[in-house]
Ligand binder design. Sequence first.
Ligand code: PMP
Length: 370
Amino acid sequence: TDSSSALTPKPWISGIAPYVPGKSAGADGRPLIKLSANENPLGTGDKAREAFRASLASADALSRYPDPGSVELRETIAAKYGLDPARVICGNGSDELLHLAAGAYAGAGDEILYVRYGFAVYEIAARRVGATPVEADDRDFATDVEALLAAVTERTRVVYLANPNNPTGTLATRDEVARIHAGLPKNVLFVIDQAYAEYLSAAEDDGGLELAKTEPNIFVTRTFSKIHGLAAERIGWGYAAAEVISALHRIRLPFNVTRAGQAAAVGALGDDDFVNASRAHNATWRAWLTQELESLGNHGVRVVPSATNFLLVLFEGDVSAETVYGRLMDAGYIVRWLPGQGIAQALRMTIGTEDETRGLAAAVRAALAG
Ligand code: PMP
């Protein structure tokens, strides 16, 4: 029999670089210190852990479907942020919610717009629904409001803005976010992806949630994967006008958030101490690592100012980012090299524990010395 396949994936799929997860062990089998996925180096708060464990206690904890509406979690989120729970949606990570936005509002012939060096999921979300991804010019890795608005056409249906942005770490200000929204046609959904929002100080808040309370075309997304330390459970949430939320519910997977995930997230929202400790730790060691790496400016090292739990570090001297990446791996550290995203001269490094951060800085220094 002929076992050759007659199936043909859609042509765009071969153009997408597969997601290659960070390796967990080096060539010699030693575990690598993983600073490649912007996870919380302090782990998970006790309250989230306890709630997770408790959710597994009943006899049918695994045999019954979870609450399809994530009701308790939505109510807890709404109470915490002063929102209407009916306008909150939970997702299988915020990744699912980002895909849903494209699925509900764009299709063949439409355009989906974002800034160059935007989060990698945006292009895939656009192509999956047959829409055309459009990248606006950046301004030295940050959002250029004028360039973004200039790239809007009558076919634009969704605009994604990660704020702060991954992989660049840059933050668009409250004023810039308001200007983007004011400049968009009313039939464009403005998705403000706030995966790293909890790392911001109150003064840095981009105003997205406030704006979304009254504006019918804003969808704000957040995640429990970063500061809350629950990346393994895949829980995200979003907030928008009731009409938007209703459309997203209709096309989402019916049981998109696990029972244990919903419980853990409720626990996490009751643990301000853990969130505050995580933010403070990050601020201290981000400032420290930034300064350490900037002191290597004579080697062509440049750090993009970060509002997140990671740094985008440019290697523009004699030793390339790729070489540093390999040498860091040999020294036991895995960071993210980004050739697939058009920044082959950069490495993205997550802020780790104190020991990990000090060790990483020393390893970068050694890598540049040869
Ligand atoms: N948006 C941005 C900007 C991110 O960096 C990430 C995580 N890499 C996500 C969304 C998705 O996070 P999750 O699906 O874990 O909620």
